[in-house]
Design a binder for this molecule. Structure first.
Ligand code: AMP
Length: 449
């Protein structure tokens, strides 16, 4: 999980990168950074914290180049430390390069060890540095060849923006696991972004998705597209639509809001329940709860208040702190739930912390019954491609039956959408989504590498 952004313009891009990264903030709140190219050299500012914490008028005004990239980070691989912040920077054959990456490589440890044995000393503990190092090693004036050679070695999920002094490049792994969208403004700015929101807020238009295995180079000669030879059938991460992306994201032809709403409709048919109110766990549960309510003619009600000022940086990965985080983030509305039978709609159950905690508090607030409906199937497998899904040991659904989960969570009933129902909610017939966290079919086998 992370957000990346790149802009090629004939005017300074610092403010656009700042606002664009702010609209990708949901993809990572731990750290962020911007690199721009100005006067044949690259300038970078990065740090720990959210976009508005790291960037102020003075450091932003120094970044006044016309081509730039940016990154917001949510650590999945490599700890949450200052030295792991992105964009990364490096030098090769007298040129400066800067790179921002979203996704996880599954073979980076092997590559890293090999490179270390050859004498390379890494400055970070993240997989992204392996990508930058390999590109720098193979760069010999032809950046596309260097990227293709790098792509032949790295395995897993990567959407990348790469900045050279006079070029902006975007490329995507050959399954297209993590998203990458391209936009263009009326003034001719070219934008690459993890989601369409930054493109739209800049007043530009989305042109298309970068295709799996595609390398797009923007420079003075225009926009040129190349392909890595070994491109596969797409396997876009379905969890982007379940939870991760914003409601307004349309990635690889699926709109997250519509997907979530349809999941609610389908789930209401697969798992109806006799209740007075449909309540969403905000935010990603809201469209699904609206879909569930409209399909069943049961009133939708706001039964939980969300505190939007609790950043993830604040949440440490211990169970106690996770429980506290849920309490801080969501509070039941007693006046709405009191005396009512509730269908509570959430997008996923990972460890079970959120639902157990919420159901207990919704009952304390006076609800008579709480029936939990989940708009994704049980998460039973770890994600190796960049979503922060823990190992099977910590996944409640990997170790319990649905009835055992219901009891542990304390719901009156519990049901999940089927894998087939979730696929139907995409409105796309062929199976071009990675659903490994639900069905264990990993497009790139993490075990054998
Ligand atoms: P849990 O409390 O561990 O069962 O996590 C499920 C809750 O966290 C749901 O309310 C989801 O909206 C949210 N969620 C799902 N996946 C993730 C993720 N990878 N990172 C953070 N939150 C998540």
């Amino acid at each position: 999980m992370c957000g990346i952004l790149g802009i090629y313009s004939n005017k300074p891009v610092n403010k656009k990168l700042f606002f664009g990264l702010s609209s990708l903030q949901h993809r990572g709140q731990e750290s962020c950074g911007i690199t721009v190219s100005k006067d044949d050299s690259l300038k970078r500012v990065k740090g720990m914290g959210m976009v508005s914490e790291v960037f102020k008028e003075d450091n932003l005004s120094c970044l006044d180049g016309n081509i730039g990239i940016g990154h917001v980070r949510y650590s999945t691989d490599g700890g949450s430390y200052d030295y792991n912040t992105q964009p990364l920077m490096g030098f090769s054959k007298g040129e400066e390069l800067s790179l921002a990456h979203n996704g996880d490589l599954i073979n980076h440890q092997i590559l890293r060890t090999r490179l270390e044995e050859e004498g390379m000393m890494f400055q970070t503990s993240i997989d992204s540095e392996v990508i930058l190092f390999l590109i720098a090693r193979y760069y010999n004036g032809d950046i596309v060849e260097a990227i293709k050679k790098t792509m032949s070695l790295i395995k897993g999920a990567y959407s990348v923006v790469l900045l050279l002094e006079d070029k902006l490049i975007a490329f995507r792994d050959n399954y297209g696991i993590r998203p990458l969208v391209m936009g263009e403004s009326d003034e001719g700015d070219i934008i690459f972004s993890s989601e369409n929101a930054p493109i739209e807020i800049m007043g530009a238009k989305v042109k298309r998705d970068i295709l799996p295995g595609e390398i797009v180079v923007v420079d003075e000669s225009g926009i040129n597209s190349y392909f890595y030879e070994n491109t596969q059938k797409p396997k876009h991460c379905i969890f982007e639509y379940v939870y991760f992306s914003r409601d307004d994201a349309t990635l690889d032809k699926v709109n997250s809001y519509n997907f979530r709403r349809r999941c609610g409709e389908i789930l209401s048919r697969e798992a109806p329940c006799d209740v007075d109110l449909v309540v969403a766990v905000p935010d990603s549960g809201i469209p699904s709860a609206i879909g569930y309510a409209q399909e069943t003619n049961i009133p939708f009600a706001e039964g939980l208040v969300k505190n939007r000022y609790v950043g993830r940086t604040f949440i440490k990965p211990t169970q106690e702190e996770r429980e506290m985080a849920v309490k801080l983030k969501l509070n039941p509305l007693r006046h709405v739930v009191e005396g009512k039978r509730i269908a509570l709609i959430d997008d996923s159950i990972v460890r079970g912390t959120t639902s157990r905690n919420l159901i207990k508090r919704i009952r304390e607030a006076g609800a008579k019954e709480v029936h939990l409906r989940i708009t994704s199937p049980p998460v039973i497998n770890q994600c190796y491609y960049g979503i922060d899904t823990p190992s099977r040991m910590n996944l409640i659904a990997a170790n319990h039956t649905i009835e055992e989960m219901r009891e542990l969570i304390g719901a009156d009933s519990l049901a999940f959408i089927s894998i087939d129902g979730m696929q139907r909610a995409t409105l796309i017939r062929d199976d071009r989504f990675c659903k490994a966290c639900f069905d264990g079919n990993y497009p790139v086998d993490p075990i054998r590498i």
